[in-house]
Design a protein around this ligand. Structure first.
Ligand code: BGP
Length: 485
């Protein structure tokens, strides 16, 4: 089967990871500006202050995207650029930046896919009421979302709501600023309370798109990793089903069925982790209809049985901060439910993320068959060290290998009937990683900077740039990478 001619090929970024200009032209800090300043101090990772400086390079970036043949670009709008204080008066220069970017994209024939929220809550709202922890954030998000959707409704058809709620629950201190007093191990219920507030915000955004945008389409961009059992032992298979319920279905059931997955919610209730739900919340959640599902896929995950016999403690996902294989700081554990673990059948990136193209095919087919909505890939990519050679090139065959195998997996899923709207790998240009600074690179376009020195943020086409240009020109038919060399 051929990829349809209106299929959207592009790539993705997020505001705080790519824009820089963190306090330029009226923008005030977001929680990510604060979180990343701290991780600069702790780990030496770049701050978000300059990031990839797309704010000043957007014309050049869009020209490069056009040269690659993009027909879409997924990016996010920084709430703190539009409303520096979170609420109140919009910042005209901030709003203008997104008009300029969207006009530039449209003129290049590139369809914007806008994400309303990508981890970067205005810092003012953290100071005012601890951000997403407080229910007031839902009303403030509605205020922001209404303004933005209304402002760009004539240019933007595709909207995505809250980026990766599942990942926010797992890595809450990286993705949200969580005040010290909640980090004593006794406040983990707040992870799911934040998620509940985000579910309300997501439903509100879906309704706003349908109310305000003629022909507008909306869905959540979810971080999704299918879960395999470590072995064929029934207790491991059961553990994988439990992990699938709490890590994946807990979110997708909300988006497409309008209620919390029963097995996951029961587990959370039994452990004092379930969110407080107010009257009317579930009706609001059920009213927010998604038109598609956007998925960020990097890796599959693996689970095994974990007995509740007092020998294991509940814990959340670990992270590899060093970029040396095997230095992952631990695995999510829920005694009596499941324990996540390394899949011995798969190779990993230097940051211990399993590499599994078949997992993408498995996920797309599973999601499509369970929810019957078209899908978009809004992220997929390989974090790797790249080297700028003396003759000004970046040879990244590992990235080409990763992406080509994943596109082939998507095409196999399409062959089995899965409807796909777009493929937007992570990332268009190199950018600030959420957990590992700028040395962990994802881009098709190299940005010449280091964690310590932003230099000029010069753009350089990687080998994968030319490879992807060929993929798009052949509408996904030529995935090999020897031909273009
Ligand atoms: C997703 C996020 C992105 C992104 C990517 C890679 O979870 O939506 O913002 O950065 O993962 O993760 P990292 O930057 O930690 O390597």
């Amino acid at each position: 089967m051929k990829v349809p001619n209106n299929f959207l090929w592009g790539a993705a970024t997020s505001a705080y990871q790519v824009e820089g200009a963190a306090t330029t032209n009226g923008k005030k800090p977001s929680q990510q500006d604060v979180i990343n300043k701290d991780s600069y101090k702790e780990f030496g990772f770049a701050t978000a202050e300059i990031a990839s400086d797309e704010y000043h390079h957007y014309k050049e970036d869009v020209a490069l995207m056009k040269e690659m043949g993009f027909t879409s670009y997924r990016f996010s709008i920084a709430w703190s650029r539009v409303f520096p204080d979170g609420t109140g008066e919009p910042n005209p220069e901030g709003v203008q930046y997104y008009h300029d970017l969207i006009d530039e994209l449209k003129a290049a024939g590139i369809e914007p896919i806008v994400t309303l929220y990508h981890y970067d809550l205005p810092w003012a709202l953290v100071e005012r009421y601890d951000g997403w922890i407080d229910r007031q954030v839902v009303a403030d998000f509605e205020y922001f979302a209404r303004f933005v959707i209304n402002e760009f409704k004539d240019q933007v058809k595709y909207w995505t709501t809250i980026n990766e709620q599942s990942i926010i629950v797992q890595y809450w201190t990286q993705k949200c600023y969580i005040p010290e007093e909640y980090l004593d191990g006794k406040h983990n219920q707040l992870r799911y309370q934040i998620n509940h507030h985000m579910n309300l915000a997501h439903a509100i955004a879906c309704n706003l798109v349908h109310e305000l945008v003629p022909g507008g389409l909306v869905g959540a961009p979810l971080g999704y990793a299918p879960v395999y059992p470590l072995t064929g032992k029934p207790e491991d298979v059961m553990a994988a089903q439990n992990a699938q319920a709490l890590r994946n279905d807990y979110y997708t059931d909300i988006y497409f069925k309008g209620f919390y997955n029963k097995a996951a919610q029961t587990y959370l209730e039994q452990h004092g982790l379930a969110p407080k739900i107010e009257p009317g919340d579930m009706e609001l959640i059920a009213s927010g209809k998604s038109d598609f599902m956007a998925v960020n896929y990097y890796a599959s995950e693996c689970a095994k049985w974990c007995p509740d016999d007092g020998t294991h403690e509940m814990r959340w996902s670990g992270v590899n901060r060093s970029g040396k294989k095997g230095e992952m700081s631990g695995y999510e554990t829920h005694p009596g439910f499941y324990e996540m673990c390394k899949n011995p059948n798969l190779d990993t990136t230097d940051w211990d993320w399993a590499i599994d193209p078949i997992g993408m095919e498995y996920m797309l087919r599973d999601l499509y068959n369970r929810y019957n909505v078209p899908l978009m890939i809004t992220e997929n990519g390989l974090g790797a060290y790249d080297t700028l050679t003396e003759d000004g090139k970046i040879h990244d065959p590992y990235r080409i290998d990763y992406l080509s195998k994943h596109i082939a997996a998507m095409e196999r899923a399409m062959d089995k009937g899965v409807e796909m709207i777009a493929y937007c790998p992570w990332s268009a240009v190199d950018l600030l990683s959420t957990s590992n600074g700028v040395k962990k690179r994802y881009g098709l376009i190299y940005v010449d900077r280091t964690d310590d020195d932003p230099k000029e943020c010069k753009r350089v086409r990687k080998d994968s740039f030319y490879w992807y240009q060929r993929v798009i020109a052949t509408n996904g038919e030529e995935l090999g990478y020897d031909e273009w060399k």
